[in-house]
Design a protein around this ligand. Sequence first.
Ligand code: SF4
Length: 333
Amino acid sequence: MGDVNKSLKDIGSFMKLPGANLFITSTEQLFNWAKKSSLWPLSFGLACCAIEMMATFSSRYDLDRLGMITRASPRQADLMIVAGTVTVKMAERIKTLYDQMAGPKYVIAAGSCAISGDHYRHIYSVVPGVDWVIPVDVYVPGCPPTPEAFIDGILELQKIIAVGKTSPTFNASTIENQKNLLSEVNTKPIKKSENVIESKFIDKDELLSFILQVKKEGFNYLKFITATDFDNNLVLTYLLGNNEQNKEVEFNIKVGEDLKVDSLSQIYVGADWQEREVFDLFGITFNGHQNLKRIMMPDDWIGHPLRKEYRMDTHYYPYRPTRKEYEKWKTEL
Ligand code: SF4
């Protein structure tokens, strides 16, 4: 590994000639020296680690002395510091930004979330490491890494560039390893729940007439609609408020096997997005909703993540893309 503190005089020789100075080196060494001394990182962050990254870029640590100037456009950046948790939704954007960056380009995965998904690696919405999506050159551990650790990672990258190693590195973990690792995660068997609260239940066929009645009584504010999966016996819970009288009414309905319930979106404007959320995460259809489509998960997502039958430890399709599918992105522009 080359010495990161190499200056121009260390990579060649100066000669004093009559009337001029001559500097002799190889173009490869000169370009590597120039590249490592002018890393321009893309200015973006994903989660808590990004706060620490911002501190690293503050005047106290003076990264300008390393030739680093953050850029607001990927077209002008050649370093991506991935700081924070990489969600499935964000992974696609990260890949797009990476593709738009100028080459040769480098990636630092900063923090245990970016490296491996950390505490969230088995959650349906998190990618277990950004190297599933783009190649990574340097990994900086920590939760979050300190500014000193960030700087250490940058110096490591400079060493790699100084010796002309521009080919990206990959995580050694294979798909098989990942599968074995994930199969070790035990899911607790779900115990049949006996205690579904039977009180305050109304018949789902009476929902609209009941709602119109309570609205007339001054319950103008729909506080929430949410669902609970009692071992595939889905129950919807509604909370309505009467702000003038400071009163609330809460009630439940059993969704039934057809998973269909009348929409309240024509009666309460706020029901629009709340019903979309329940549809997205539980798969309950609201009859009469004008725009019933996913609100949190991507449109082509398969399954409903808050249903008990949804296996959170399952990393393979259809629950979330496989490593192979992510790897394919690396070769696709
Ligand atoms: S590694 Fe820790 S600090 Fe960084 S994004 Fe994850 S949880 Fe936040």
